[in-house]
Design a binder for this molecule. Sequence first.
Ligand SMILES: Cc1ncc(COP(=O)(O)O)c(C=O)c1O
Length: 445
Amino acid sequence: MNAELTPALAAGDLDAFWMPFTANRQFKANPRLLTRAKGMHYWTADGREVLDAVAGLWCVNAGHGRPEITDAVAKQLGTMDYAPAFQMGHPSAFELANRLAKLAPPGLDRVFFTNSGSESVDTALKIAVAYHRARGAGQRFRFIGREKGYHGVGFGGMSVGGMVNNRKYFASSMLPGVDHLPHTLDIEHNAFSRGLPQWGAHLANELERLVALHDASTIAAVIVEPIAGSAGVVLPPIGYLKRLREICDKHDILLIFDEVITGFGRVGKPFAGLAFDVTPDLMTTAKGLTNGTVPMGAVFAHRKIYDAFMQGPENAIELFHGYTYSAHPVSCAAALATLDVYAKEGLLTRAASLASEWEDAVHSLRGLPHVQDVRNYGLIGAADLEPRAGKPGTRGFDVFLKCFERGVMVRVTGDTIALSPPLIVESKQIERILETLGAVIRETA
Ligand SMILES: Cc1ncc(COP(=O)(O)O)c(C=O)c1O
């Protein structure tokens, strides 16, 4: 263990925490411990400043340590620490839902609260199935996801997801009746596209093939990320999402956009559905909802979906689903304060004004050794590095580590480096991120 990096921890202190999505033994042999954060920066246990080029994990959109959010959370804890949302309510849950409904794509003005992206996804899938049942179409149980999709780690999200390592260990436990569209990453046609790729809208027509295979009457919903983040940033070709929408409409299939990453300003509009002018029927969110401070997710449902449930006796519970911490008062306080910060500082649209500067900066990686592709949209960027023969992922991980050592935190997925800085990022920080990453790529054999 690197004692310098962990002054507060003795040998053995790292053993008990089974870390998520982490190479535990490798990490514990040489830990990277963060102990403080403010604005665009983290500080490590040994006092080094690290520029955050990934907004924590795509969630700290307004930057770290916002006093407005801290104060709201402290005040809420002092006023009412917890209140149940089952057959009870508290005002800030309703206020938050109203505020969110006003930001949402047209018609998506009913909001169900969860505690994470994974819970939002599983909630949306359950709502989709129950919605069809409520309309007398209970035979619609199938879901169509997409290769390279990431929809969290619940059994539902894992089943509709399309990342092989997240699936293969649990192959025996997948939801029945799930099929997948092909992914839209095609370097042969689209390498180094600036913004959305031109080629590939026709890939949405694969949905017609799956409909022909299974029959529309058995399909409940299609779920996709408008821009996939976790698999290494996969962009929708121009026209692709519109085509998916058309096919879903034609066959009465619900369209779910998973906006856990793209929501709350990442793409220059409050949601990607607004940026791409395609309105889904259900939208899953989390992360930026509370600026990453307190766990919370939200599923936005079109009013037609909510209304379909509002039938039968008025004393009957319409949806047998919810969490002890749905609409937790502390999360609601954090989210309301976060929305205030976003509004005051124009952060939900700031990515649009930085997009072209960001695009140029990210594409400065083109031509560097081993760089096979560069992608960008809004304040999202990615570079694919050529995998080392027989050792996939090691080049990407080395680049990630060296960047961290030089004071810039990027994200690595396989051999793809992903960037998604807080939306408060300034030009000089964009320069620093790309200069550091560029220098490290140049030096990494
Ligand atoms: C698109 C998408 N959906 C769902 C999730 C899962 O969210 P959580 O980790 O909060 O469960 C993520 C997390 O990165 C995500 O990117």
